[in-house]
Design a protein around this ligand. Structure first.
Ligand SMILES: Cc1ncc(COP(=O)(O)O)c(C=O)c1O
Length: 378
């Protein structure tokens, strides 16, 4: 089997899974319980938070555990909206954001909020002047993803941050779900106020994640209850998940440079191969994340390619897996100026550092056959 669908989800690392199991068995008490067992669970949670904070170069009070990317995006957006509703009700985002962002904003629109969806260029980037022109007195939030999950496009976060220095009251939220371990993200020395991460995208268990909220930035909680996570996210804590998550962050980041180099080498091999095929268009821009390759075979719908490769035990996806079974899916490729037909041909290979160059050779042989056969039935 060749698994090239790591931006949809990754296989949980076996050592991370052992940690999850051992904490579940040995430290099952509720961290809020006053007894010694509860205290031990609390200590594990504190240690995991500290570990993540150290690796991300932020302080531990700025890290809150969540269930993943969707929850984090909802919390950052709606939490800001509720907190700042008396100051202004305007948000700016990009048209190519993940549904966790777009749908959260659509809910706000139903409640009377005003949302600006900035267009993107052929590279999938917003334009800084257009962002500046969109800012108004009522703007309370700018929400942008670091790495586009469908195409690997990068947003100019540094330039956005520099612009937002002039607007200190606007919250800057970054969906960093596809960015951690793949690109440099300096939370400490940036204008970013909130950043969202999801464990299952980097070999941690599903249902784990964390949000960074810069010290001094206040957002309202969406989960009311027992006041866990410094009242931001009530609910009994997922201690085994958080310990496993911290371990996965450590494993990811201690080999970050090496892993990125490996991803770039594999990505380049695949892009060189695909670019030489006459009927294939590569949608991923040159400057992009090291692990995502979005492309399409002319006039062949993406799902046909996915299923043809599946029959050869190779797993890729049609753009964003979170929405790929829904009819109303958003096409970043279409937003980048490609035709509807081209966008419908889009498929995505997404890599993990566990992939190898040998797998690329097998993929190439399989795709040689698949793309010739599909052209015959075109
Ligand atoms: C950019 C981005 N944001 C948010 C999410 C949602 O994350 P989760 O699956 O952890 O809810 C995803 C998932 O694909 C994503 O790629």
């Amino acid at each position: 089997m060749i698994y090239f669908d790591n931006s949809a989800t990754t296989k949980t690392d076996s050592t991370v899974l052992s940690t999850y199991q051992s904490v579940s068995e040995n430290y099952f008490a509720n961290p809020s319980s006053l007894h010694q067992l509860g205290e031990q669970s609390q200590q594990l949670l504190t240690r995991s938070r500290k570990q993540i904070a150290q690796i991300m170069n932020v302080s531990e009070g700025e890290i809150y555990f969540t269930s993943g990317g969707t929850e984090g995006d909802n919390l950052a957006i709606k939490g800001t909206a509720i907190e700042k509703m008396n100051r202004g009700r305007h948000v700016i985002t990009a048209s190519t954001e993940h549904p966790a962002v777009i749908k959260s904003l659509e809910q706000l629109e139903m409640l009377g909020w005003d949302v600006t969806y900035l267009p993107v260029d052929k590279e999938g980037k917003i334009n800084i002047d257009e962002l500046e022109n969109a800012i108004k007195k009522e703007t309370v939030l700018v929400s942008l993803m670091a790495v586009n999950s469908e195409t690997g496009s990068l947003q100019p976060l540094k330039e956005v941050g520099e612009l937002l220095e002039q607007y200190p009251s606007i919250h800057f939220h970054v969906d960093a779900v596809q960015a951690i371990g793949k690109i440099d993200l300096d939370l400490n020395n940036s204008r970013i106020d909130m950043a969202v991460f999801s464990g299952h995208k980097f070999h941690a268990p599903k249902g784990t994640g964390f949000i960074y909220v810069k010290a001094g930035r206040k957002i309202a909680s969406l989960m009311s209850g027992g006041g866990q996570e410094d009242t931001l996210r009530s609910g009994t804590e997922n201690v085994p998940g958080s310990v496993a998550l911290a371990k996965a962050v450590r494993l990811l980041m201690e080999k970050k440079t090496e892993n990125i180099k490996k991803l770039i080498d594999i990505k380049n091999l695949i892009i060189d191969y695909l670019s030489a095929l006459e009927k294939v268009t590569v949608f991923t821009p040159t400057e992009s994340a090291p692990h995502i390759i979005c492309f399409g075979i002319k006039n062949i719908r993406g799902e046909v390619v996915v299923h043809a490769l599946e029959r050869k035990d190779i797993y890729i996806s049609t753009t964003s897996a979170c929405s790929s079974k829904k009819k109303d899916k958003l096409h970043s490729v279409a937003e980048m100026g490609y035709t509807k037909n081209e966008a419908e041909s889009a498929v995505r290979i997404s890599l993990s550092h566990h992939n190898t160059e040998q797998e690329v050779d097998i993929f190439k042989r399989a795709f040689d056959e698949v793309h010739l056969r599909l052209q015959l039935i075109e």
